[in-house]
Design a protein around this ligand. Structure first.
Ligand SMILES: NC(=O)c1ccc[n+]([C@@H]2O[C@H](COP(=O)([O-])OP(=O)(O)OC[C@H]3O[C@@H](n4cnc5c(N)ncnc54)[C@H](OP(=O)(O)O)[C@@H]3O)[C@@H](O)[C@H]2O)c1
Length: 293
């Protein structure tokens, strides 16, 4: 397939691009800068210059492809307003991509997040969050899945809180960055709360499987570790950086504080059984051993 990919230079997207190329697909990648265009060209991918806000460019990319994988996101967590702008930009982009695919029966795979369900691990059957700072992302993904009734083979690959590679990425990567900045390997709450995780190279395989095989309107969980206790994550970060490991007030994490403090394990039993997905790369605590002081 010729696949239009947004976010193809990111931590997850670069792994997805490599997975696609390694399995006989070709890729057209959205590139918002010359540096990003050069980066994708270097791995044998055709760039399509444009930003997530350039809706005509997104439509052109979707029209030129047999399928679409969407991963780009502004990732600006600096304030509630900044985050809301990123969510609005992505929602408009998903609507433009979906509109161009109507009636085509082509696959449209979008990234999403594993939901949180109090008292148990969330499953693929649970709906995405409809409250909190990223509720708009959940609504946009539901709109994409609804396109299944309008001739789009749409699916969502839900990411756990940490997608990692070489010890960086996701929530655990943010805790590492904060530890370097503050001199404390901190965690909110009592640290017993669990975050699910996956290696980016394993997540990439699931994006390819969803592109190739997922029926329309389905959601999948790229979860390798059902839940790592946050104090265990902080303990590895502290040891690798030679810093004290301490409880830190939830408020110091800004809009992410309440999310960081929540127990949110997630299961991928259905995904493994239905799509034959099997993670093979190091788990989060093993991968964090790659952190360099
Ligand atoms: N990493 C995780 O642990 C994790 C966990 C849950 C969900 N996710 C979600 O997974 C997706 C990918 O995450 P990631 O960790 O791979 O992100 P990342 O490394 O920050 O990469 C973001 C990608 O999006 C592109 N991008 C950002 N804003 C753009 C814009 N306005 N126009 C065009 N391209 C834009 C970037 O392009 P440039 O080359 O220009 O930088 C880059 O390719 C995101 O939706 C993220 O929220 C990630």
């Amino acid at each position: 397939m010729r696949v239009f990919v947004t976010g193809g230079t990111g931590l997850i997207g670069s792994a997805v691009v490599a997975e696609l190329l390694g399995n006989g697909h070709t890729v057209l990648a959205l590139a918002r800068s010359e540096a990003s265009a050069l980066a994708v060209k270097a791995v044998g991918v055709e760039p399509l210059r444009g930003d997530l806000a350039d809706l005509d460019t997104l439509r052109a990319g979707a029209a030129a492809a047999d399928g679409v994988i969407h991963l780009a996101f502004g990732n600006d967590f600096s304030s509630p307003d900044a985050l809301a702008r990123c969510v609005a930009e992505e929602s408009a982009a998903l609507a433009a991509l979906g509109e161009r695919l109507l009636g085509s029966d082509r696959p449209f795979v979008t990234v999403s997040g594993t939901p949180r369900v109090p008292g148990r691990a969330s499953t693929e059957a649970d709906p995405p969050p409809t409250d909190g700072p990223v509720a708009g992302r959940g609504r946009a993904v539901m709109s994409v899945l609804d396109l299944a009734s309008r001739g789009v083979r749409s699916s969502a690959v839900r990411m756990p809180r940490t997608v990692h590679n070489h010890g960086t990425g996701g929530f655990a990567g943010m805790l590492t960055d904060i530890a370097r900045r503050t001199g404390v390997a901190g965690y909110p709450g009592d640290g017993a709360q669990r975050w699910p995780a996956v290696h980016a190279l394993d997540a990439a395989v699931l994006f390819r499987l969803a592109l190739e095989r997922a029926p329309g309107g389905t959601a999948w969980h790229a979860v390798a570790d059902e839940g790592d206790a946050v104090r265990d994550i902080a303990a590895v970060i502290g040891r690798r950086l030679g810093l004290p490991v301490e409880r830190v007030p939830e408020e110091s994490y800004g809009p992410l504080g309440p999310i960081f403090a929540t127990d949110q394990p997630s299961s991928s039993s259905h995904t493994r059984q239905a799509l034959g997905w099997q993670p093979t790369h190091p788990n989060l605590l093993e991968d964090l051993e790659n952190i360099q002081p």
